[in-house]
Design a protein around this ligand. Sequence first.
Ligand code: FEO
Length: 170
Amino acid sequence: MISEKMQNALNDQVNAEFHSAHLYLAMSSYLESIDLPGFAHWMRIQYQEEVSHAEKIFDYVIERDGRAVLQSFQAPPVEWNSVLDAFGAAYQHEQKVTGLINNLVDMALSEKDHAAHIFLQWFVNEQVEEEASVKAVVQQLKLLGDSKGGLFQIDRELGRRVFTPAVATE
Ligand code: FEO
């Protein structure tokens, strides 16, 4: 059975993952509002990924005979200044989430919870990918400058992103 301390920390992370989901869904809405459907689609997929992250932790708490408890969610922002501003904020957000995952790993070690430690390795790897994928878009946008043609091209590329649920990548 999982310790109460570890259980509560994982429940907090479920909340943080749902917050990430809402943030990216809000960004998707903003990107639709500035007529960038491909970027909006990319963020919508990101939203789905975050929900699957939350569910993966939720299910794990239950599997360890703990109690998964939902919390209230902080409302995300509504507006950003540009597509680059939104993706830059997403990149910063992912770096924050990486810190949260690292704190959980530290706690699993200090609690001598080897099962949680192994479980969390998936998230450690996932955060490397999460940061890299958002940063790649930020870099592309920075290289573009004011090129409308380039923006249209990237929008088409990002519109092809496909959702891969967390459970299927174990
Ligand atoms: Fe669930 Fe984007 O990290």
